[in-house]
Structures are given as structure tokens and as C-alpha cells.
Design a protein around this ligand. Structure first.
Ligand code: CA
Length: 647
């Protein structure tokens, strides 16, 4: 009996010892609801995350492997340090113009088998965790290659996923993939494998316990961009570095860093509803501007002919028509897309740019990012890919008064390509040009880091509505996802909002749109980017109803506030955004049946506001409606339909 008791108590004390000594640090959010624990077990560094007492991430691995030393195993805990961070900042290019950020911070230091040190710095705000590694010099070594990361996210078993597969490198149009344009699957089974992993951001539904959004931020020329991959364990996802085949196989997949050196921030946004997912500012909270703006950059709305008139419209006359269109709508810009170098030419471009100046329309010009990354044949080519040519070109652009560039067809996520993004942005700032990226990676904090950055595609965008019947059929489905996933972590230059019922120049016969006019207008609010190229065409000045044109003139592209109202990714989505004193509440429905909602709109309590909505036949109109004193409002959204309320 005594023997058994001793045995039991010995086992019990070992259990306690393991438990006590396994957990090495903990940190909570300022409101105390979000809690992160760090463990040291069998040489592994691990963390878990709970929200309101529920497990959101089970014990998940931390660490990385360099060419000098391995920080993924044989780690020994040294010490930890707690602190606080608090800052206010303004940024007109993101979902909210004034941000107040407060987080508790924790740095946990480990030493590895070679006695080299690595720190993990956590910032925990009310609904977000951001963390990064800091690698210390290794004796004489002040440089290292980070080859891989074992950072993981271990989800509870009830979790379903909303993920977009990474495209196979060097495939698709002119071998321009990957470019974050493969679309998302909703509510997929946990652990489903994709050949090349999944892009950031990824959304995870933790059953009744809530939601998690994973992404990364602060990626610049000093690191590669990473993505998510599945592992041999169904519940465990891992940070993965770019595929070697990207960029035509040129450039490394890891990151070359100077020591001491920090990785980008891995971010986890957590909530019991989708509200913190839609409203998070974490991609922008933990980064800083990398240079001063050379001038005050302004943003706004743009016309572009290419989206429906395509390559044939790359001529002087058609571009003049779209300049007139921009001027009549009061838009700030026209985007002149690919092939202008051949079809208009530099000399006539000079004249063409004089023309919109007299109409207060600024010109944005398309450029190929290539170079040698892929076979994209459109010109101008070889102007953005090397510093000497780029600066020569940008001087000319500044001299003739161009306002910004749309640079297309990048080679992937390697550090090699991250350097090109940053070099283009930095040189462009020297010449007062703002930059939009297409055929590109996800922006990772760039709205704050680069003052002249004006948005990225990195989405299955409006071009695929033109090209693909399947994408047109799924337009509403994809659109309901963006406010919760892609667009919540970064600007999304979608290039949509089509008044045409047929997505063609003639507005008849083919490429029928399956969504309503109300839906199209709602996306102008749902999709956020500081410069938005709208799909409005010259014929719309006469064939679109006045309320549509009025709305297209009125809708801003800069927002002071963004509020989640209702929705479920892939089903429906209702978001409110404020520009100065004007609120826009927009909703869309991707389901087969009418969505009847009672929504809370305190901003409109006891007010008479304008409602654009569809009838049961899918015809859209505008009327005035009164919102009750409590701010409650009943609205019906038609299948493939949408509404907008505004004061
Ligand atoms: Ca594209």
C-alpha cells in the first residue's frame, strides 16, 4: 500500500514538475480575454492561445532553421521580459484613418545546442497576436540564411477553413503565376492539402468558439514573403517559404539576414464573431513608415478602358474618350493600360497627358515589371526591372506629369522579388509617383511602410469576370469573402463595379452579368483600395439610370471608419464605412434565397437615408427610407443582389 502510494505520488510530482516547468511565460491582452502561453518541452518552444477561456490554438511549434545553426530543436529557455506598447497613428489609405493601438508585449529568449540565442517577441492586443523572431549574432557570424521556419498553428478539431491555394509557379498566362488569383474555398475540411500550400491570409472557423485569421506583415526587401502549408498532422498548419520554381527558378527560397536580425511579423486575429476579423488593423499596427513621402500623395477614382474594351482600346482616341469620362464623373484619374508604348508611343503620350491636365484628370500608366521573371510580352518591358532604366524612365514620367504607375506580372514571393517591389516603390517616391501592383503578391503592411503605395490586385479580380463564365457565375460568392479575408489585411485593387449588364464593349450578346446593379454598387463600398479603377464605361453616361451615376460620382475610395454589421464568408456580407460625415452601409447576398436581415445601424438612428436595392426581379432603384430611433433596420437582399444605404 505504501509502495503504491509512493509510486503514485512520485508519478504525480513528475506530472506537476512537467506542468510547472513546461510553461515558461504567459501574456494576456489589455482586456484580459486573449491569453497566450509559451512552453518549453523536450527542447521544443511551443505556444498556445485561448480566448475567453476557450482554446483557439493548441500547443503549436515555434522556431526556425538557419544555415549556421538550428533553432527548431534542443532549445533551452533562458528568460522572458514583459512590457507594453501604445501608439496612435493616422493613415488615410486603410480601413480606418485614425488608429489607437495598445498591446502587452512579451519577449521570450531561448538558447540552442550551439549556445546561440533566439528571441521571440509577442505583442498581444485585444483581438490580435503578432510575433516575430530575433536571431542574435552567432560568434563571428553577422550574416545568415534562414532556410525554413517551423512556426505552426494547431487548430481545434472542429475547425473549418477558408483558404486560397498558392498557384503553381511558372504556369498560367505567359508563366506569370503565382499571383494570388486562385480564389477561396469556403468551410473546407481541416487539413485538406494543396500542392503548393495556401496563400496568406487564411481564415479559420473554430466552430462555436469563433474565428481566426492568419497573415503576416512587415515583409520588405530584407525577407521573403511566406505562406501557409499543411503538415503530416491534420490539425497543424505551418509557415512555408516560397517555392524554388518561382521567378523562373532564380533566387533563393529563404531569407538572407544581417545579425542581429528580425523576421517579419506573423499575425493571428481572433474573435468570437467576425467583427474583430473585419475591423482588425494589426497588419498596420506593428509596422512603421520606411521613408518620408517626397510629396503629399492623393488618391481617388479612376476610369480604365482595358477592362471591357481590352487591348484594342490602347489608342489615342479611345483613351481620350476615357479621359472625358473621368472628367464628366469628377474622377481624379485615368489608367492607361498595357501596350501604350507601342500603340500610342512616348511622343504622343506626352500630348495625351497634356489633355487630361486641362480636365483635372491625372494619368496612371501601366508597366510590365519584367525583366526576366516570366514571359509576359506586353510593353513597356525592361523599364522597371533594373535601377538605371527605372530611374531614367521615372524621370521622364515625372517630367511629362504622370501621377502613378500600375506595375504588373511579378515573379512570386522570393526575397529577390520583395527587393524589386521595394526598389520600385522607393525610386517612385523620389519622382513623386504612386504605385499600384498587379499580378502580384499580397501587400504586407505596405500602406504604412511605403507612403506612395496605392494598392495591389492579389485577388481573383474583375479581369476574370470578363474572361470566365465560371467566375461570373461565382461573382457573388467570391465578393462576400473579401471583407472577411483578402481585403481585411490589405488594400485590394479589384477594378470592378460594372453598370454594364453584359461585360462587353457593346453591352449586349455575351458575358452576361449574373449580379444586380445594386450588387455592383455595393462592391464599391465593400472593396477597399485608395485608388479604385471602376468598370464604368462611356455608354453608361447615357444608358445607366441617374441614381447609379450619382452614386458612382459620390462614392469615396478613402475611409475614416469600417464597421462589421453582419455576414458569413461565402454567404452574405454587410459592412459599414464612413467617409468624413457620410456613412455607406453595403450588403450583398451569394445565397440562392432572399436574405431577410434585421441590422443595427446606430449611425442612422432616427434618420432618413437613401436606399439603393433590388426588387424580386433583380431590378435596382433608389428611394428614401426612415431608420427607427433604435437604429434597427429591416432589409432584404436578393440572390446575387445587393443594397447600399447612405446619408
Ligand atoms: Ca491579374
Amino acid at each position: 500500500m505504501i509502495k503504491l502510494f509512493l509510486k503514485l505520488s512520485l508519478a504525480f510530482s513528475i506530472l506537476i514538475m512537467n506542468t510547472v516547468f513546461a510553461q515558461v511565460a504567459e501574456i494576456s491582452s489589455p482586456d484580459g480575454k486573449l491569453k497566450l502561453n509559451v512552453f518549453s518541452e523536450n527542447g521544443k518552444a511551443l505556444y498556445n492561445v485561448t480566448f475567453q477561456g476557450e482554446t483557439m490554438l493548441d500547443k503549436s511549434p515555434l522556431g526556425l532553421v538557419t544555415n549556421e545553426s538550428d533553432f527548431s530543436k534542443n532549445l533551452k529557455f533562458i528568460d522572458s521580459k514583459k512590457n507594453k506598447v501604445s501608439k496612435n497613428y493616422t493613415n488615410e489609405k486603410i480601413k480606418k484613418s485614425q488608429v489607437s493601438y495598445t498591446a502587452n508585449t512579451l519577449t521570450v529568449n531561448f538558447t540552442n545546442a550551439d549556445n546561440f540565442n533566439i528571441g521571440i517577441e509577442f505583442q498581444v492586443s485585444d483581438n490580435n497576436v503578432a510575433f516575430r523572431y530575433e536571431i542574435q549574432p552567432m560568434k563571428d557570424r553577422l550574416s545568415a540564411i534562414v532556410q525554413s521556419e517551423i512556426t505552426g498553428y494547431r487548430f481545434p478539431s472542429q475547425t473549418t477553413t477558408f483558404l486560397s491555394p498558392m498557384m503553381k509557379p511558372m504556369t498560367g498566362f505567359a508563366r506569370t503565376a503565382p499571383s494570388y488569383e486562385s480564389g477561396y474555398k469556403a468551410d473546407a475540411e481541416l487539413g485538406t492539402k494543396a500542392d503548393y500550400g495556401y496563400v496568406f491570409p487564411g481564415l479559420f472557423h473554430i466552430g462555436n468558439d469563433g474565428w481566426i485569421l492568419l497573415s503576416e506583415t512587415g515583409v520588405n526587401s530584407l525577407y521573403c514573403a511566406s505562406h501557409l502549408d499543411t503538415t503530416s498532422e491534420k490539425n497543424l498548419y505551418q509557415v512555408a517559404y516560397p517555392n524554388m520554381a518561382e521567378n523562373n527558378g532564380f533566387g533563393s527560397t529563404g531569407a538572407a539576414i544581417s545579425l542581429p536580425g528580425k523576421t517579419p511579423w506573423r499575425t493571428i486575429t481572433i474573435g468570437d464573431s467576425l467583427k474583430p476579423i473585419v475591423e482588425t488593423t494589426i497588419p498596420f499596427d506593428v509596422v512603421e513608415p520606411m521613408y518620408e513621402p517626397s510629396q503629399k500623395y492623393t488618391f481617388g477614382k479612376s476610369t480604365w478602358s482595358w477592362i471591357l474594351w481590352q487591348d484594342n482600346s490602347m489608342n489615342y482616341e479611345d483613351q481620350s474618350l476615357f479621359i472625358d469620362l473621368a472628367s464628366k464623373l469628377g474622377y481624379e484619374y485615368i489608367l492607361i493600360d498595357a501596350l501604350w508604348d507601342k500603340n500610342i508611343g512616348k511622343e504622343r503620350m506626352k500630348d495625351l497627358i497634356q489633355y487630361p491636365k486641362s480636365k483635372n484628370v491625372g494619368v496612371l500608366l501601366w508597366y510590365n515589371s519584367n525583366g526576366a521573371a516570366n514571359d509576359a510580352p506586353m510593353g513597356p518591358r525592361n523599364k522597371m526591372s533594373s535601377s538605371i532604366e527605372r530611374k531614367k524612365e521615372m524621370k521622364w514620367l515625372k517630367d511629362i506629369g504622370v501621377k502613378g504607375l500600375k506595375v504588373d506580372f511579378f515573379g512570386g514571393d522570393k526575397q529577390e522579388t520583395m527587393r524589386l517591389y521595394e526598389d520600385i516603390l522607393s525610386d517612385a517616391n523620389d519622382f513623386g509617383l504612386k504605385i499600384i501592383f498587379h499580378g502580384a503578391t499580397l501587400p504586407r503592411g505596405w500602406e504604412v511602410m511605403y507612403p506612395n503605395y496605392a494598392g495591389s490586385e492579389a485577388v481573383l479580380a474583375s479581369e476574370m469576370l470578363y474572361f470566365s463564365e465560371d467566375v461570373r457565375k461565382q461573382e457573388a460568392f467570391f465578393a462576400t469573402l473579401h471583407p472577411f479575408i483578402r481585403n481585411t489585411v490589405g488594400s485590394m485593387e479589384f477594378g470592378g463595379t460594372f453598370p454594364n449588364k453584359y461585360l462587353t464593349k457593346s453591352n449586349k450578346d455575351k458575358n452576361k452579368r449574373y449580379t444586380t446593379d445594386g450588387f455592383q454598387l455595393a462592391t464599391a463600398v465593400l472593396f477597399q483600395n485608395p485608388v479604385q479603377m471602376f468598370g464604368i464605361m462611356p455608354n453608361n453616361l447615357t444608358d445607366a439610370p441617374k441614381f447609379q451615376l450619382d452614386f458612382m460620382k459620390e462614392v469615396p475610395t478613402l475611409w475614416d471608419e469600417t464597421v462589421f454589421i453582419d455576414g458569413y464568408p461565402g454567404k452574405y456580407s454587410v459592412i459599414a464605412r464612413r467617409h468624413q460625415n457620410q456613412w455607406f452601409v453595403a450588403g450583398i447576398n451569394a445565397e440562392k434565397t432572399v436574405k431577410k436581415l434585421k441590422i443595427n445601424l446606430p449611425m442612422f438612428a432616427a434618420k432618413t437615408v437613401k436606399l439603393i436595392n433590388d426588387d424580386a426581379q433583380g431590378n435596382s432603384s433608389e428611394k428614401e427610407v426612415k431608420v427607427n430611433a433604435k437604429g434597427e433596420f429591416n432589409v432584404e437582399i436578393q440572390p446575387n443582389g445587393g443594397f447600399v444605404l447612405r446619408n
